[in-house]
Design a protein around this ligand. Structure first.
Ligand SMILES: NC(=O)c1ccc[n+]([C@@H]2O[C@H](COP(=O)([O-])OP(=O)(O)OC[C@H]3O[C@@H](n4cnc5c(N)ncnc54)[C@H](OP(=O)(O)O)[C@@H]3O)[C@@H](O)[C@H]2O)c1
Length: 175
């Protein structure tokens, strides 16, 4: 069982614009059956965690529909509206406590911290982030939501090209 932060990024290390737009990402070409693509990764995942901005982006982008089947913890201090029938658990709890709940719910599968980077950083702070997978899109944004605003040492495990993307998989090294 491992906890992954799997995300796409601009070349200069932003995962969304200041306005939370992903238009720069969605216009890119990727082979969904190719290396490090989402469908195969998603099959390994038993539970998700995401921050409120990421949840709100998914809700806007998917027209209020919820596409994930795995239990999902959404970190927020607000009472966000949750779509009918979705296994979404709003929390402002400690990441370590939530992580323990996620492990139980995941039934032996891996955990995915969807984003943002600050939430992934909180898991790293608690020593609970094992891997970072980044698909770098051939764009720079200049500013936006940061990829992973922490000082971490990582080991490069794997690298691949998937059409427009430079894909890297890293292990988080713990001091
Ligand atoms: N490029 C990609 O593949 C990719 C992947 C994932 C996300 N994204 C995008 O990246 C952006 C990330 O936005 P973001 O940087 O604002 O990060 P975020 O983690 O999505 O949201 C941050 C918010 O989460 C809540 N939060 C975080 N930690 C918390 C904690 N410990 N307890 C309670 N609430 C907590 C707070 O919201 P409250 O104000 O509700 O308390 C905080 O303002 C979004 O636009 C998302 O769509 C892109």
């Amino acid at each position: 069982m491992a906890t992954h932060f799997y995300t796409a990024s601009s070349l200069d290390g932003f995962i969304a614009t200041e306005e939370h737009s992903l238009d720069w990402l969605l216009k890119q070409d990727i082979d969904q059956d190719g290396p490090m693509a989402y469908p195969a990764f998603e099959q390994t995942i038993g539970a998700l965690a995401m921050g409120a901005s990421t949840f709100e982006w998914v809700m806007r982008h998917e027209d209020g529909r919820w596409g994930y089947t795995q239990p999902t913890w959404v970190f927020t201090h607000r009472s966000l509206a949750v779509p009918e029938g979705a296994d979404v658990r709003l929390t402002s709890g400690d990441v370590a406590d939530v992580h323990a709940e996620m492990v139980t719910a995941a039934g032996g599968k891996d955990l995915w911290v969807v984003g943002g980077g600050g939430l992934a950083g909180q898991f790293a702070d608690a020593g609970l982030l094992d891997e970072v997978w980044v698909q770098y899109a051939p764009v720079t944004l200049g500013s936006g939501a940061p990829l992973l605003p922490r000082q971490l040492d990582l080991e490069l495990l794997d690298v691949a090209r998937n059409r427009n993307f430079l894909c890297g998989r890293y292990r988080v090294l713990r001091g």
